[in-house]
Design a binder for this molecule. Sequence first.
Ligand code: GAR
Length: 187
Amino acid sequence: MINAAVFASGEGTNAENLFKFFENDTRIKIKLVVTNKDTAGIIARAEKYKKNVQIISRESLENYTSQFIEFLKLEKIDLIILAGFLLKLPPQFVTAFPNRIINIHPSLLPKYGGKGMYGNKIHGAVLRNKETESGITIHLVNEEYDEGQVILQVRCEVLEEDTIETLAQKIQKLEHEHFPKVIERFL
Ligand code: GAR
């Protein structure tokens, strides 16, 4: 059995979708949820699925990195899934979990990646630049923001009449459809 931790900073719709998908799975158990925001929507979603939640501030993540990694190892976490986690993981994580950290990003990387690029900021920029397509990228995490090996990209059309909301909906639909399947294959 593979033990996974889901890291999320926001609403947690992707996280909840994973809880549901893998609820009775015999290969993977989502054992733990980590968030950096004590007001994040993810917390209620995690509690609904009876997940253990750990809240860690940016300062603690940076200043107590080894202790936190030690804690994850004690919890026997083998896989880290970033589902809208907006802090950059310190490089020690990449060393401690080599090829065992997966991220989802709401653009076709390398476009619209890097620091400060998340959620509606990305969709707004895509629309301003009159892109005709956008999509999602699921990738392994390395030391650089949004630059690890790509596992899957899925595209969608961007229409002239699209707004941030309609584009966000299209992207969310792709994320919910593909993220669990990619993790399943990755196992
Ligand atoms: C998702 O769109 C995910 O791709 C994005 O945050 C959103 C979280 O939504 N991640 C990033 O932008 C990472 N740079 P959710 O909280 O509803 O799952």
